[in-house]
Design a protein around this ligand. Sequence first.
Ligand code: FAD
Ligand code: DLZ
Ligand code: SF4
Length: 512
Amino acid sequence: MPKPRLRLILGDQLDINHPWFSEPKATAEYVLMEVHEEATYVRHHIQKVVAFFLAMRAFAEELRRKGFAVRYISLDAPENLHSFSKNIRGLAESGRYSAFECQHADEYRVEESLKELCAALKIPASICDSDHFLVDRDFFLSVFKGKKRYVMENFYREVRRTHDILLDDGKPIGGRWNFDSENRKKLPDSVRPPEALEFVRDASEIVALLKSNKVQTFGAISAECFTWPVTRADSLKLLKHFCQKLLPSFGTYQDAMHTDHRLLFHSKLSFSMNVKLISPKEVIDAAVEAWRASRGAISIEQIEGFVRQIAGWREFMRGVYWAHMPTYKSLNFFGAKRPLPHYFWDGDTQMNCVRQAVRQSLDDAYAHHIQRLMVTGNFTLLAGIDPDEVDAWYLGVYADALEWVQLPNTRGMSQFADGGIVGTKPYIASANYIGKMSNYCSGCAYNAKQRTGQDSCPFNSLYWNFLLTHRKKLESNPRIGMGYRLLDKMATSEVKELQEQAAKHLKNLEKL
Ligand code: FAD
Ligand code: DLZ
Ligand code: SF4
C-alpha cells in the first residue's frame, strides 16, 4: 500500500465541499487538533472555544462516517504538543506519510507559521486554496490597481458582476447598486422579530475539558444548553430560517437596536460562514432565491442589504487584511492609549447602551453589527482607548471573531486607527444617533439630551471633544466637515464647557 498524504484541517476549514473530499479516500489521512496555541493566543469567550471544538469534533465524525481516515488530537491527548507546527512535525517525521498538505490559513499569524513549517519538513509539502471566498486575494489588488484609495462600493460592484448577483443584463436589479439609505429604521413597537432558532446541545464535556486543562476563558455559558450552530446541517437550517422569517425585514431594521430583541432580523450566520460550514455563495444564492420566489413580497432593499454585507463588506475586509498585514495590526492614527475600562469585562456601567451591548456580548458571544460599531466601538473611539486593547476584546469576545475579519472591522472601520484605509471617516456619534436607532436612552441613568452637567450623556461631550482634539487630522475630511462647521458656530464658552465636561468623564472613565 502506498503511504497516504497527511492533510491538516484547521478549526475554521470545516468545508465538506472542499475539492479534497472528492478525491479517492485512501490517498490521504486528515488531521484536526485542539491546541493550546489557538485556545490561548488571545483570551477567548468560553462559547467561542466551545463552538470551535464542537464544530471540529462534529466535522471529524462526519468525515469518518463518510469513510475518510481521520486523526483527531484532542486537547488532553498525551501526544498533543499544542501547536500546529509541532504536532505536524512529529507526525511527518514518523515515516508514515508520503507528503504534507494544508490549505491557506485565513489568519496571517497561522499562514506564516504554515509556510515556515512546509519549508522545514523533510517530506514534500504544499499549500492549496481553501476555495471558500467569492474572490481570491489578488482580485482586491486588481480592482484597486493604480487607485489612490479603496472604495468598498466599487469593489462590491465588481464582485456582483463577477458572480452575476442581482443583475439584469449587467445592470443592478431595482435600478440601483445600493439601498443603504433604506436600511436605517428604528424598530417600532408594532414589529416583533421572530423567536431565534437555536440548536441545543450539551457542551458539559468540553467545558470540563477546558477547565481541567486550564484554558483561561471569559463570558457566560449554559453548558447543558449550548445553542450555536456547529454542523453543516444546523447551518443550513439556520439559513432556511433566515430566508423565510428574517430576510423580509432584514434591510429595513439592519441598524436598529432594542433591549428586548437581541438578534432582531440578523442571520447569526457569521460563525457558520467563518468556519466554512457553509459558503458565502450558497448563502447568497439561497437568499436571492427566496427573494425571487417571494415575487415582490420581499423588497429589493432587503435582499440587496444582505448581499452587500457578504459580497461587499466580508470580501472587502479580507482584501484589506491581506493587502496590509502585518503592519495593519500596529496602526494607531490617533495615538490612542487609554486602557479598556473594566465594564467591557463585567458589563457594570451606568451607560445603558454600553451595558446592553457588552452584557449581550458576554452572555451570548454575539452582538450585531451596529452594537459593535456604534455603541462599543464608538465609545472606545471617543474615549481614546488603545486599539490593541480594543482588538483583543473584539477578537476574544465574539464566536465569529477571526483576525482576518475582526481586525479591519475593529482597527479600521470602527477605530479609524488605520487613518482611512477601510473607511472614509471615523464612525463617531453622540447620543442623538443612539437614541434614534434604539430604545436604550429611555432606560439610562444619563440624560441623552444634555451635553454638560453631572447627568449628561458621556457620548455627547466626548463626541465634540473628539472633534476638537483631532481637528488637525480630520478637518480637511469632507465627510466630517459639518461637525467642524457646527463647532465653529458655538460660543467659546460653550466649547470650553464641553471640553471640561469631557475631561471630567475621561477622568472618571472607570466609573461611568
Ligand atoms: P448579519 O447582520 O446577518 O449579516 C450577514 C453576514 O454579513 C454576516 O454573517 C457576515 O458574514 C457579513 N457581514 C456583515 N457585516 C460585515 C462586516 N462589516 N465585515 C465582514 N462581514 C460582514 N464579523 C465577523 O464575522 N467576525 C468578526 O470578528 C467581526 N468583528 C467585528 C468588529 C467590529 C468592531 C464591527 C463593527 C464588525 C465586526 N464584524 C465581524 C462584522 C459584523 O458585525 C458581523 O459579521 C455580524 O454582526 C455577524 O452577525 P450576523 O451573522 O447576524 O450578521
Ligand atoms: C479559534 C480556534 C480555537 C479557539 N481553537 C482552535 C484549535 O484548537 N484548533 C484549530 O485548528 N483551530 C482553532 N481555532 C481556529 C484557528 O484559530 C484558525 O483556524 C486559525 O487562526 C486560522 O484562521
Ligand atoms: Fe447611551 Fe447616552 Fe443613551 Fe445612556 S443616554 S443609553 S449613555 S447614548
